[in-house]
Design a protein around this ligand. Structure first.
Ligand code: HEM
Length: 463
């Protein structure tokens, strides 16, 4: 009976063969694809549909999908069958330690349960003042830039700003300027080196032979040591600062009622820097890039700021009322998702949308493709913040817009990042008009995050 039933099921739902991008085609374009896979993935989307297979490096099976049901299956419904790939765990962890972003399995779950409440929206209220003070301080140079008509790269400025906001949110006034700069330099260099290892795996022996691996591991250790000394000083002072470090120091595991060890604290703090600054910086750069092309949107933003904030500063309460600002940020992250991709590996054979997945297959959620899909978005290439109006939310597939990922590994810093971006917009848009230097070619550079390749050169005028 059971056999007959299975036979019927198989007959009525035959497995579809995954379209395969011919190996030769991949091999021929390997070098260019490694530099920027997005145009190729989009081309395959148009030719093979929203889910297809390609042999990565000519060898390993990789399934790329921009289909919301497929992605929901991987990230949420069957997430236990799809842990992170070794790129995010082993490779990254080898340099920046075992924190939320780089751990997996039971260890990750225990850490996530412990840390999650600290990032709850309400808890973040305590950080608004710290963030606002740092934004004001770090943006003071815009005044001179406006007077001297200085040209600057908004991506670079965004990197420094986002780094400092995370640093101050973690360590409050305890962290000094030069310590922040050393940490920022180290972390940026490390991330660049890690990317090279992912993109150019055949160079691995060379990186070892030339001592580059050792050099960068030392750099990771140096960053960890800096953080460790900050933690030790805080413990010794016995003071409470209402910052993220206080939160990390005060949380207790449910089963043992103990807190994290110093090593765990260092790892988690370092990971917050890694995960939280470049993503936000890229988002800021793309938001200003889009805004200077859409003065009508800037006008609407200013109206909203006037209506909601008046002459006052952002507070936890009034930030929630900045609905149009949120729409602008979302629409920018739809067009330019800072986390443009993520990957997982199948633990066991599985079936998704009628396709068979084999144990060991790498599965790639191509968020950029998802956000630009003609099936999911009307005029997907156009910047239309209104599409994110609250009333229109139910029109969308819940997995059609995933700037912060989805499922249990959803970005823990999503509310933090949204608040931060809102505050930066309020501060800068109220004071300045942004203008892009003419004749620049803005190209995508999808590294770990989606950067503008040569930056975006801009100048500002006081409003
Ligand atoms: C615009 C800004 C940001 C974007 C677009 C972003 C995006 C993402 C995405 C897509 C993931 C999931 C990755 C995956 O599933 O493989 C993630 C995870 C993570 N993000 Fe963010 N992020 C942002 C800002 C932040 C900030 C500000 C912080 C911390 C202060 C942060 C901390 C983390 C951490 C710790 C994880 C790992 C969570 C886990 O696996 O449990 N992120 N982020």
């Amino acid at each position: 009976m059971v056999i007959r039933l299975e036979f019927l099921i198989n007959k009525s739902f035959p497995m579809k063969a995954l379209p395969v991008v011919p190996r030769l085609r991949i091999l021929k374009r390997m070098f260019k694809m490694v530099q920027n896979p997005i145009p190729y993935f989009e081309e395959y989307n148009a030719e093979f549909g929203d889910t297809y297979m390609l042999y990565m490096g000519g060898m390993d099976r990789g399934i790329v999908s921009s289909n919301p049901d497929f992605i929901q299956h991987i990230l949420q419904k069957k997430n236990k069958n799809y842990p992170k790939s070794h790129i995010q765990t082993d490779l990254l962890a080898g340099y920046v330690g075992l924190g939320l972003l780089t751990s997996d399995g039971d260890y990750w779950l225990r850490q996530r349960r412990l840390i999650q409440p600290g990032f709850h929206r309400q808890k973040l209220a305590a950080l608004v003042e710290i963030m606002q003070a740092e934004i004001e301080k770090s943006c003071a140079h815009f005044e001179q830039k406006a007077q001297n008509k200085t040209v600057f790269d908004i991506n670079e400025v965004g990197m420094e700003l986002a780094f400092k906001v995370v640093a101050k949110s973690l360590f409050g006034s305890q962290i000094e300027e030069n310590t922040m700069n050393t940490l920022a330099d180290n972390i940026t260099t490390l991330q660049e080196f890690i990317i090279q290892q992912i993109r150019l795996p055949f160079k691995k022996p060379w990186f070892h032979l030339t001592g580059q691996v050792t050099k960068h591991k030392k750099m990771g250790q140096e960053s960890a040591d800096i953080i460790k000394s900050l933690i030790e000083k805080r413990r010794a002072s016995g003071q409470s600062n209402d910052d993220l470090l206080d939160m990390l120091l005060s949380v207790r595991y449910e089963d043992t009622n103990e807190g994290m060890t110093d090593q765990q604290l260092v790892d988690e703090a370092l990971i917050l820097f890694v995960a939280g600054h470049e993503t936000t910086a890229n988002a800021i750069a793309w938001i200003f890039y889009l805004l200077q092309q859409h003065p009508e949107v800037v006008e609407k933003l200013r109206k909203e700021f006037d209506g909601v904030l008046g002459d006052g500063k952002p507070t936890f309460e009034n930030l929630r009322q900045l609905e149009y600002t949120t729409q602008v940020i979302n629409e920018s992250m739809r067009l330019y998702p800072p986390a443009w991709i993520t990957d997982r590996v199948a633990l066991e054979d599985d079936e998704v949308n009628g396709y068979s997945i084999k144990k060991g297959d790498m599965v790639v959620a191509f968020f950029y493709g998802l956000h630009h899909s003609n099936d999911l978005w009307d005029e997907p290439k156009k910047f239309k913040p209104e599409r994110f109006a609250k009333a229109r939310k139910k029109e969308r597939h819940p997995y059609s817009f995933l700037p912060f990922g989805g499922g249990p590994r959803l970005c823990i810093g999503n509310n933090f990042a949204m608040m931060e971006m809102q505050m930066i917009l309020v501060h800068l848009i109220q004071k300045y008009d942004f203008e892009m230097v003419k004749n620049q070619k803005i190209e995508l550079q999808p590294m770990v995050t989606l950067r503008p390749k040569e930056g975006i050169k801009m100048s500002v005028r006081s409003v």
